[in-house]
Design a protein around this ligand. Sequence first.
Ligand code: GLP
Length: 242
Amino acid sequence: MKLLIRPDADSAAETVAVLVSAQLRGKPDSVLGLATGRTMERVYAALVREHRRGRLGFAGATSFNLDEYVGIAPEDPRSYRAFMDAHLFRHVDLPPHRRHLPDGMATDHAAEGARYEALIRAAGGIDLQLLGIGGTGHIGFNEPLSSFASRTRAVVLAPRTRQQNRGDFGGDADAVPPRAITMGVATIGESRRAVLLATGSAKAEILALAVEGPITASISATALQMHPDCLVIADEDAAGRL
Ligand code: GLP
């Protein structure tokens, strides 16, 4: 695990965008693992700016998002598909048929997990996986006690996660879907490179545990300590407890 501390959230996001740009320049047909959440909004804004300046193209790329809420349709503005459309997909030339998210409307979750894993494998695996970190230490939606051997599957969200994500659901934690489909810890661990971005003082405590604490299934992000090529990028506020 390598750690890069940047002065503020904008420069931290800018650094992630530079890494994504370099990845796509070096390998235009890269397979990108994408993340949602407020932290990523600045990253996608920076990528869209680069794309508009003609310095970055996604035409050869393929993407796989980490997760989606169960029971939320892609056209629902609260879906992660809608988040990706609003912040990235609508603004760049990533071909629509190569933008993948788990299907939150699937009724057979085991089959949906297997389908998603097969798609990732068929694409050649993920070259660069972007990650945020939740207050529970989740990556994707791998809540505490997710097995490090877990693969794409349906999970139950922790009460704290539903609290944290209530903003997209009218401020009501009970309106946040209780379940999601997420790539597993093992799925994420197989990415060739992982980049975790954390910004703001609210992430300081969990980031310190993720980076410096004992490797434990109680904090899924600690699995990244075993990843062969993981870069953690934090702003000074998120790095405050390291
Ligand atoms: C969400 C997502 C994660 C994300 C995390 C942090 O629930 N499932 O992929 O990294 O929680 O979100 P935020 O960036 O809004 O703090």
